[in-house]
Write a protein that binds this ligand. Structure first.
Ligand code: ACO
Length: 345
């Protein structure tokens, strides 16, 4: 579809080309730390095997940030790459949103620290927390500011240093996660393609399935809380798995319905990269073909809010996505939370 014949939807929740505004993704960038931790490395740390990890999850390695490298550093590097590709200077940015469950500290926000690191001093800045769904939540929030004419240029980042909240003695969780960041520049570009829709959902009744119990007002840091390991990520893996498949399928179907699209029209599906078996189960339910999927979980493991942003950047860089292609992002995380977005690239 050419820029001169914009898509028109009967459903008003497909927000593309709303009152002459579009929300275009004019640049995407990512950054992962240099250190690679392989399954063989983990075999030396906990009672596990490469075979168990790979067959259960599809993960072969993950990246780990240095001890003096923080979420704001990963986020800033990804942001600068996205800005360069979009041709956007720091003083053009109106708003910075960082999605993360591993902020540098409880406050100030990681978004404020990123603002300082990239020199975007004109921008408002805040964090949002929706665990692995955070990037889609942040995209939807950014889109609302663009479509409402509040801002013209929004920097949306998903960034995590999950290695800082993983219990490296717990084989149930430490094999699954990694560090990294992905960023996009959202802009109003009436002549351009863009974000067709983004949708979000949550179910707080299942909050206990995935959590980090310590460090908040319920259980502030104390000698006892540290001794009890309450500052580490906890997860009921089997229940998370089942809920992930169901929620990602529902979110993907809803986003397609809003845009009056069929899954066969999607060129590239980028699911949350938590587990290859979850991705395959969602794909089967959606009736997708294997060649529609973009998967990089083998290299990075689950990078939570950074996951689909890193994958989107890699899909664009490896030319899996071309101008005009329809792209479906779909995510699931703690909360529970879920979401999906359809982009006309
Ligand atoms: N190495 C060897 N054995 C292990 C390991 C390991 N690394 N981890 C667990 N095991 C053992 C367990 O102790 C258990 O042993 P037991 O039966 O003797 O008690 C057994 O393996 C469990 O095996 P399975 O039942 O086959 O494991 P399953 O197929 O459920 O896979 C996994 C586990 C990979 C965690 C899976 O449940 C999963 O991926 N869940 C989803 C996680 C997720 O996607 N979270 C997303 C959101 S994360 C967020 O929002 C921050």
């Amino acid at each position: 579809m050419s820029a001169s014949s914009p898509r028109k939807f009967k459903n008003p929740r497909a927000t593309y080309n709303f009152l002459g505004r579009t929300c275009s993704i004019s640049g995407v960038g990512s950054y992962v730390p240099e250190r690679i931790v392989t399954n063989a490395d983990l075999e030396r740390m906990v009672d596990t095997t490469d075979e168990w990890i790979f067959t259960r999850t599809g993960i072969k390695s993950r990246r780990m940030a240095a001890s003096d490298e923080y979420t704001s550093d990963l986020a800033s590097r990804a942001a600068l790459r996205a800005m360069r590709k979009a041709g956007v200077k720091p003083d053009q940015i109106d708003l910075i949103i960082v999605a993360t469950i591993t902020p540098d500290m409880p406050f100030p926000s990681t978004a404020c620290l990123v603002q300082q690191k990239i020199g975007a001093y004109r921008a408002a800045a805040f964090d949002i927390e929706a665990a692995c769904s955070g990037f889609i939540y942040a995209l939807e929030i950014g889109q609302q500011f663009i479509m409402s004419r509040t801002y013209n240029t929004v920097l949306v980042i998903g960034a995590e240093k999950l290695s800082s909240i993983v219990d490296w003695t717990d084989r149930n969780t430490c094999v699954l996660f990694g560090d990294g960041a992905g960023a996009t520049i959202l802009q109003n570009r009436p002549d351009s393609h863009g974000l067709l829709t983004a949708c979000m959902g949550a179910d707080g009744r299942k909050a206990d399935l995935l959590s980090m119990p310590g460090g908040g007002s319920r259980c502030p840091a104390s000698k006892e809380s540290v001794a009890a390991g309450l500052h580490f990520l906890r997860m009921d893996g089997k229940e998370a798995f089942k809920n992930a498949v169901q929620a990602m399928n529902t979110a993907a179907q809803e986003s397609l319905r809003r845009c009056e699209l069929d899954i066969s029209q999607i060129k590239c599906i980028i699911p949350h990269q938590a587990n290859r078996r979850i991705i395959d189960a969602v794909s089967e339910r959606l009736g997708a073909r294997p060649d529609q999927l973009f998967v990089n979980v083998e290299k990075y493991g689950n990078t939570s809010a950074a996951s689909v942003a890193i994958a989107l950047d890699e899909a664009v860089e490896s030319r899996r996505i071309h101008r005009g292609d329809l792209v479906l992002l779909v995510v699931f995380g703690a909360g529970l939370t879920w979401g999906a977005a359809v982009i006309e690239w």
